[in-house]
Design a binder for this molecule. Structure first.
Ligand code: FES
Length: 574
């Protein structure tokens, strides 16, 4: 393999010339206490660090930066900590999703503007994973992703608690009057016991696993709990490896290929991963020109069984998954369907990385003969209610609801739903189909995770725990229920969801992949002619940029001007 020469390094353009500008670059590096021996002729490695005091999932990143730096120094590189915008899922309003593309721009431009030869991307909390990989893909210099790792299992009086999933579950029990305020506070105390990402198979764990199957993390990295000592060791290994990736010139475009995206999709499906991964993986593929669309998800989902028995679709948590063999163990059980020849960031193929990977608990990582679910975790629906597609996670729904017909109960927006859902006079039964609109990329805005509409209180009290719910929103990966999501086009642009009336009959048939509003084409056209577009949410700022350029869910919600296209020119050094 040809290795780069020091004068071929991108950073050499800043440091290597003998002119006034490079004098400034060198003298200012010396100002920070570094001598020529520290950086001259060495790969400059950016550590893009999404630490923030308002992101609990990345609370350990300050010390992990030191671990990555240790590895970079050991391998003969020059590390630089470069903070980027953090997207802390629990706090940001209206939703972190609206800022995913902004972080991707932050990453891309940090790399482009500075003397960087390679990058370690430190992320984990939901949107940070796709955002950082999107930015690195657009910049296309050697990159490795260091997942934040899941937090430890939650605990309440000896009962295991899972992030998100158990919040929804016990909130429903509280609303039904089955647990009191004291218990609710105890659950609050015990559900998040360490730094790290949600430890259910939510969006963070799904996207980290997908990044590993894609080849952008070191083998096994995505399953290591954040608080395990294996985690800082993995961080240092990322630092060592990125230096060699620079010399080898192993770039995202060599790794993030069509076939590698298929591996990422199959990993996510076999984990019954978050439906959010569909949007993110399509956006990531769009950045690097790889082919990935909704139909491919449906096709690949049928090819792989669900083997990861992890909440919310299964029983266990990420810590159990790690002890059972983690992602390498699961992928080894799928080796015959994966594209094992894909090269990964450690320079080896996926097949080489998973060869011989063991599984130590057949209930956590099921065998092919005894899967959690015979097909993957996602079904893509089509029909006159979702001409450009919608998705459902059948593994997370009560099975009898997967073929269902019922009258619509329509909520015009989130506030309408919040005001009426628990009204005893609401005309709703367990057979109704709850519909929420104005929750898509433009309509909400930012497509928040409102797709798991609450069950009306009067039905909760009757023991109902699942209903068919339809929206143009997303759903947290830690949520569950017969929720049809990502309806495209969304209601805010006049999609059919905008035209449904309460009482209309809606029919869902997951096996046939159909979602139908049972009205005539003529009636649909009449309602469409009378539809009026809502007023836009923003008139200035980043929000306006979002409204003007965001694409629909089936296209990944990336900005149209960030997808593929011609490579951006390198900056002039003067
Ligand atoms: Fe950060 Fe769930 S809140 S991963």
């Amino acid at each position: 393999m040809r290795r780069k020469k020091p004068e071929e390094l991108r950073s050499h353009r800043w440091y290597g010339a003998q002119d006034m500008r490079s004098f400034g670059h060198r003298s200012r590096t010396k100002q920070m206490g570094f001598s020529a021996e520290d950086y001259a002729g060495k790969p400059v490695i950016a550590i893009i660090n999404t630490f923030s005091d308002i992101n609990p999932c990345h609370h350990h990143f300050k010390s992990r930066v030191d671990d990555v730096k240790r590895g970079v120094f050991q391998a003969g590189g020059f590390p630089l900590d470069m903070p980027a915008m953090s997207l802390g899922e629990p706090f940001m309003k209206p939703t972190t999703m609206i800022y995913r593309n902004l972080l991707s721009i932050d990453v891309e431009e940090l790399l482009r503007a500075n003397p960087v030869d390679g990058v370690v991307l430190m992320g984990g909390c939901d949107k940070t994973v796709p955002a950082m990989l999107m930015g690195a893909a657009s910049m296309n210099i050697p990159a490795i992703f260091m997942p934040a790792g899941p937090m430890l299992r939650g605990n309440w009086h000896g009962k295991t608690l899972g992030s998100g999933s158990d919040v929804w579950k016990y909130w429903a029990e509280k609303r039904a009057g089955n647990i009191d305020d004291k218990a609710w506070v105890e659950i609050e105390d015990g559900i998040a016991r360490s730094f790290g990402t949600c430890m259910t198979m939510g969006t963070a764990s799904t996207m980290a696993s997908a990044a590993e199957a894609l080849g952008m993390t070191l083998p096994g990295a995505s399953s290591i709990p954040a608080a395990d000592s294996a985690h800082p060791r993995m961080a240092a290994a990322c630092g060592r490896r990125i230096v060699d990736m620079v010399w080898e010139d192993l770039k995202p475009s060599d790794i993030m290929t069509d076939k590698a995206f298929e591996n990422a999709v199959m990993a996510a499906m076999s984990l019954a991963g978050s439906t959010n991964s569909i949007i993110h993986l399509i956006a990531m593929a769009g950045r690097i020109g790889a082919k990935l669309d909704l139909d491919k998800f449906d096709r690949l989902s049928k090819r792989v069984p669900v083997l990861g028995n992890i909440r919310p679709s299964g029983k266990y948590l990420m810590e159990d998954f790690f002890y059972a063999g983690g992602l390498p163990g699961l992928l080894a059980r799928l080796a015959d369907v994966l594209n094992v020849d894909c090269v990964t960031c450690n320079g080896k193929t996926l097949g080489e990385n998973i060869k011989g990977a063991g599984v130590y608990n057949d209930d956590v990582i099921r065998t092919r003969e005894n899967p959690v679910y015979p097909e993957g975790g996602v079904a893509v629906l089509r029909g006159n209610l979702c001409p450009n597609g919608a998705v459902i996670k059948p593994t997370a729904a009560e099975p009898q609801l997967l073929k269902h017909k019922g009258p619509a109960v329509v909520f015009d927006d989130y506030n309408d739903m919040a005001a009426r859902i628990d009204d005893p006079k609401l005309d709703v039964t367990k057979d109704s189909v709850l519909i929420l609109r104005s929750a898509g990329p433009l309509g909400a805005p930012g497509m928040p995770e409102w797709g798991q509409l609450p069950i009306p209180k009067k039905l909760l009290e009757q023991g109902v725990r699942d209903m068919v719910r339809i929206s143009d929103a997303r759903m947290s990966g830690t949520s569950y229920g017969a929720c049809v999501l990502h309806v495209a086009p969304e209601s805010a642009v006049g999609g059919p969801l905008a035209l449904v009336k309460s009482g209309d009959i809606v029919s869902l048939d997951v096996a046939a992949r159909k979602l139908t509003l049972e009205i005539s084409d003529a009636e649909m056209a009449k309602r469409k002619a009378a539809w009026k577009a809502p007023a836009p949410h923003y008139e200035r700022g980043f929000g306006l940029l979002h409204l003007q350029h965001v694409t629909q869910a089936d296209e990944g919600c990336d900005f149209d001007f960030l997808r593929g296209g011609k490579a951006t020119a390198e900056p002039e050094i003067h």
